[in-house]
Design a protein around this ligand. Structure first.
Ligand SMILES: Nc1ncnc2c1ncn2[C@@H]1O[C@H](COP(=O)(O)OP(=O)(O)O)[C@@H](O)[C@H]1O
Ligand SMILES: [Mg+2]
Length: 257
């Protein structure tokens, strides 16, 4: 049992909202991965996110702070904790934002990779020249009973093709995911690797996506935007969390672990 499991367990209200009758906790320490064992502090920030999760409506959260401050660790701990405590009720996905990728395409790739048994998801990945998690031989893809894709696929022969309408492709895939899961939570890591003007433009272009039916957790230090309306109360995000350096006592506890 660690901090994120405790927070999720204590949120009894949270489980009412999620209609949970029986909660599959990982009680034994052996089931915890290394991150959950070494993760230290950040309780106030974690509980702010857990509080937001009480909402039924999807929310968008920005986690920002300097490189090395612990954004990736924070997001991984949250996603892994949610998965461990809520199982298939939630679909969690995480992706690092690559240069020249818009947020919808990143979200589409992240989600498709978590849907290995969904032929359409795998077809989307394959079109983009990305490895499908299904065996490549004798795959069939049908849409409305009509066969749209059949046979052996050699990845090298499939021309990488960015989706023409990434937001629409993402919405279609999200529909499919929401048939099987109550919530879809997508983390897009490393907005800070883009230059500030580009990060800002990416966020502006993603307004519809961030206000949609999936939950989003974005991380970065998008310098140009951190103090303006994009992250204010009426801005793009329902919550923006700044990660500060850990205090000396917490740092010491972390080193001990
Ligand atoms: N709260 C924490 N407890 C223990 N280790 C942490 C914590 N936050 C970060 N770390 C460790 O510090 C290093 C840098 O963190 P990381 O999440 O990669 O930073 P960022 O994504 O902000 O650049 C990683 O090795 C990570 O495991
Ligand atoms: Mg990181």
């Amino acid at each position: 049992m660690n901090i994120i499991d405790n927070l999720l367990r204590d949120g009894d209200n949270l489980y009412d909202q999620w209609n949970l009758t029986d909660i599959p906790f990982a009680e034994s320490a052996e089931k915890l991965d290394r991150l959950a064992q070494v993760f230290t502090g950040r309780e106030a920030e974690l509980s702010q996110v857990v509080n937001l999760l009480r909402s039924r409506d999807a929310k968008s959260i920005l986690v920002y702070g300097w490189i090395g401050i612990g954004k990736t660790a924070f997001v991984r701990l949250l996603l892994e904790g949610l998965k461990r405590n809520l199982g298939d009720r939630v679909l969690t996905a995480r992706i690092k934002l690559e240069a020249n990728t818009d947020l919808s395409t990143a979200a589409l790739i992240a989600l498709a990779r978590e849907m290995p048994n969904d032929e359409w998801a795998q077809y989307q990945l394959n079109r983009m020249g990305l490895r499908s998690s299904l065996p490549l031989r004798s795959r069939k893809t049908t849409a409305g009973g009509k066969l749209i894709f059949e046979g052996t696929v050699e990845e090298s022969t499939v021309a990488p093709e960015a989706p023409q309408f990434p937001t629409l492709s993402f919405e279609d895939l999200l529909d499919r995911a929401l048939q099987k899961h109550e919530r879809v939570i997508i983390a897009i890591d490393d907005l800070d690797k883009q230059d500030p003007a580009r990060a800002r433009q990416l966020l502006l272009n993603a307004q519809g996506l961030l206000k949609g039916r999936a939950w989003f957790l974005l991380t970065g230090h998008p310098r140009g935007i951190t103090h303006d309306y994009l992250i204010s109360d009426r801005g793009l995000f329902d919550l923006s969390l700044k990660l500060e350096p850990l205090d000396p006592d917490t740092s010491y506890a972390m080193l001990v672990k």
